[in-house]
Write a protein that binds this ligand. Structure first.
Ligand SMILES: Nc1ncnc2c1ncn2[C@@H]1O[C@H](COP(=O)(O)OP(=O)(O)O)[C@@H](O)[C@H]1O
Ligand SMILES: [Mg+2]
Length: 254
C-alpha cells in the first residue's frame, strides 16, 4: 500500500502497455499498440510522432474521452485539454468562456468576473475580455483557451498540437508564455506535436512515437538551459536527430 502511495505522489500520469483499437471496415485498426511511459509531477514532457501515430488518441484516453482496448492510462488529479482549435464557445466573450469554466468549478458568481480578469491578464489578454472568439487572432484564441484551462485548476495540462495553426511569431510568443506559466505554477504538461523543434524547445523530455500503430520508440532527455531559442544550433542538432528518427519510423510504418 505504501508503495502505491509513493508512486502516485511522484507521478502525474502513467501509461502502461496502452493499446487502442478502432473499428476499420470489418476489421480493427490499432491506433496505439503497447505504449508505456510515465510523467513526473511538475514535468514538461513532449510527445512527437508523425500524423496518424496515435498522439490525439493518447491524449483522448488520458482525458477520458476514448477507452483503452488494453493496458492502462492513469492521470493523478484533474486534467484540462487544449486542442489545435481553441474550442472556445463562439457565443461567449473571452471573459465569458473563462467565467463558465469557473462556474463549472463552483466559484461563486460574485468572484468570477474578477478571477477571469486576473487569468486573462496572466496570458496577456487584458483589454480583450469583451471580445468574442471570432474577434480574436489565432494566437489570442489559444491564450484565451490557456486562461480557461487555468480556470479549471487542472493538475495536468494535455495539449494537442495547440500552436500548429499559428504563424511563427505568435507561436514563439506562446512558447514563452506557456513556459512562464508552467514555471510559475505546479502544472504538469504533456504536449503533443509533430514538430521536433517545438518539442525540444519546450520539453524536459521528448517521447518519440513509432508510426501506425504508436508505441514509444525513444525517449530523449533535453538538458539545454531555459528559455531556449527555436533557432539555436544546439536545439537544431537534437531536433535533427529526432526528425531522422521520425523519418525512419515513418518508412517502417508503410
Ligand atoms: N474515433 C476514431 N475512429 C476510427 N479511427 C480513429 C478514430 N480516432 C483515430 N482513429 C485512427 O487512429 C489513428 C491514430 O489517429 P490519431 O490519434 O488522431 O493520430 P495523430 O493525432 O497522431 O495524428 C489514425 O489512423 C486514425 O485514423
Ligand atoms: Mg492528432
Amino acid at each position: 500500500m505504501s508503495n502505491v502511495m509513493a508512486l502516485s505522489d511522484k507521478h502525474a500520469l502513467s501509461v502502461e502497455r496502452l493499446t487502442v483499437a478502432f473499428p476499420h471496415g470489418d476489421q480493427v485498426m490499432l491506433a496505439l499498440d503497447g505504449a508505456t511511459f510515465e510523467v513526473k509531477r511538475g514535468e514538461f514532457v513532449c510527445v512527437v510522432g508523425a500524423s496518424g501515430s496515435g498522439k490525439s488518441t493518447l491524449l483522448n484516453v488520458l482525458a477520458g474521452l476514448d477507452r483503452p482496448s488494453g493496458g492502462r492510462a492513469h492521470v493523478h488529479g484533474r486534467v484540462a485539454l487544449i486542442f489545435q482549435e481553441s474550442a472556445l464557445l463562439p457565443w461567449l466573450t473571452a471573459a465569458g468562456n473563462v467565467e463558465l469554466a469557473l462556474e463549472l468549478r463552483g466559484v461563486k458568481a460574485s468572484a468570477r468576473q474578477k478571477v477571469a480578469h486576473e487569468l486573462l491578464n496572466r496570458v496577456h489578454l487584458a483589454g480583450f475580455e469583451r471580445r468574442r472568439p471570432h474577434e480574436l487572432s489565432g494566437g489570442m484564441k489559444q491564450r484565451a483557451a490557456l486562461a480557461r484551462a487555468l480556470a479549471q485548476e487542472a493538475d495536468v495540462l494535455l495539449m494537442d498540437e495547440p500552436f500548429a495553426a499559428l504563424d511563427a511569431i505568435s507561436r514563439d510568443l506562446l512558447h514563452e508564455e506557456l513556459e512562464r506559466i508552467w514555471t510559475e505554477s505546479h502544472l504538469t504538461i504533456l504536449f503533443v506535436t509533430h514538430n521536433a523543434r517545438e518539442a525540444v524547445r519546450l520539453g524536459d523530455r521528448v517521447i518519440v512515437l513509432t508510426s501506425r500503430p504508436g508505441r514509444v520508440a525513444h525517449e530523449v532527455p533535453i538538458d539545454l538551459p531555459r528559455p531556449r531559442s527555436l533557432d539555436s544550433p544546439e536545439l537544431a542538432v537534437i531536433a535533427g536527430r529526432i526528425t531522422d528518427r521520425l523519418k525512419h519510423e515513418m518508412s517502417n510504418g508503410r
